[in-house]
Ligand binder design. Structure first.
Ligand code: SER
Length: 397
């Protein structure tokens, strides 16, 4: 199944069961939101999960692009991405979690053709505030799927307050051996789909108020599902990444992990720029700036003459088309070029200043040095640390 077939299989399944396909939002989270970017499919739907009537009704399905900076350090492994897509389904107080779990099982088995032998789930086992999620436990038992009970890992909330509740995560076995162990004991279990039974609203003082009737929020990681359906060992081997993973090695020789980081960050960068963000020193613009700088430092570590101007149009265009964004390739390229110029200038000017401070402190910088370098020369801490890497401060030919 390619990416479009996978998405369609999911959305058609829920449309056939009375859900309305709503358009996904951009990565920009709604005003007043506590996070900078949309981090999950339910995020833009928060007011409706809290009770506001949705114009399209109480059964919804969509595909939502998301960005998580919490996973940034993990990018480069087989499963984590900065920008990813979530296939989501919702019951806004219409049907309960039991129905969602049963449909989930049916879609995985019949729609995606995953053998039930490869499934394992986790269910909330209870804590000092809320008892075990017996309903989900019995539902999975009746379907014959093995269950592991956990605590924190099976409680979903989008922030300190608001709608929340126990969740049930579905894992597919992707290990080399026949299935063994449980999701928390064997990394061969890959999480693909989370079903949240939003039964509570958490208040500022930490107390939980029942949310009735319960809402259901599910989210499936599209790229993880593709990895499984396409029989690949990593998200970077799937069709959506091919334009990047084939182009980049023909431009720059990189080790495997660097190739993954550069592919992820460049693709994410295109999507963030496509959603109207430009590099800056604060908030969303700073996340974008960090992504671009991380690409550049990875490239320059082995050859400081490398430049993003070498990047052909094709992968950028492919990403813009995939996310159906309204931006010209030349605007993306211009943003990348300007940011690269700016970063190169900072590196060239900042290098000697930082080394002077370092040699005065016998190779070390104090907090006072960092403050001075930031306040007087505009060099943020992460950049100062980078400037300590000799290969990055070689003159550019
Ligand atoms: N909100 C849940 C998650 O992000 C399910 O969509 O995992």
């Amino acid at each position: 199944m390619n990416v479009d077939e996978t998405t369609r299989t999911f959305t058609d399944f829920f449309r056939e069961r009375g859900h309305i396909l709503i358009p996904g939002n951009s990565l920009i989270s709604p005003p007043g939101d506590s996070v900078l970017f949309t981090t999950s499919g339910m995020h833009p739907l928060t007011p409706y999960l809290e009770g506001r009537p949705h114009p399209e009704g109480r059964r919804l399905v969509d595909v939502q692009r998301c960005l998580r900076t919490t996973d940034l350090e993990e990018v480069g492994d087989d499963t984590h991405l900065t920008v990813f897509e979530m296939l989501g389904s919702w019951s806004l107080g219409d049907y309960p979690g039991v129905q969602s779990l049963k449909w989930g099982y049916e879609l995985l088995r019949d729609g995606f053709g995953i053998s039930p032998d490869r499934l394992h789930v986790t269910v909330f086992g209870g804590d000092d505030q809320v008892g075990p999620d017996e309903t989900s436990l019995h539902t999975w038992e009746s379907l014959g799927v093995p269950v592991e009970l956990t605590q924190d890992e099976n409680w979903w909330s989008n922030g300190p307050t608001g709608p929340c509740g126990p969740d049930s995560e579905i894992f597919v076995w992707t290990g080399e051996t026949p299935p063994r162990g449980t999701p928390t004991t064997d990394p061969g279990w890959t999480e693909v789909w989370n079903h949240v039974m939003m039964r509570y609203r958490r208040h500022d003082d930490g107390t939980l108020e029942p949310l009735t009737p319960e809402r259901v929020d599910t989210g499936m990681g599209l790229e993880r599902m593709l990895t499984i359906l396409q029989g690949k060992s990593s998200v970077f081997d799937c069709d959506i990444f091919v334009p990047w993973t084939e182009t980049i090695p023909s431009l720059w020789q990189l080790d495997d992990r660097s190739l993954r980081i550069v592919s992820d960050h460049l693709r994410s960068t295109v999507v963030v720029i496509g959603d109207g963000i430009r590099p800056s020193n604060t908030q969303r613009g700073y996340v974008l700036r960090r992504l671009i700088r991380r690409v550049l430092t990875t490239l320059w570590r082995t050859d400081p003459t490398r430049t993003l101007s070498e990047l052909p149009t094709h992968p950028i265009e492919h990403t813009i088309d995939h996310f159906k964004q309204d931006i010209e390739v030349r605007n993306v390229r211009e943003t990348l070029r300007n940011e690269e110029d700016r970063f190169r200038t900072l590196m060239t000017k900042g290098g000697p200043i930082v080394s002077r401070h370092r040699s005065r402190g016998n190779g070390h910088l104090t907090d006072e040095d960092y403050h001075y370098l930031h306040d007087t020369h505009g060099l943020p801490r992460d950049l100062v640390d980078l400037l300590g890497e000799p290969s990055l401060t070689q003159p550019v030919g």
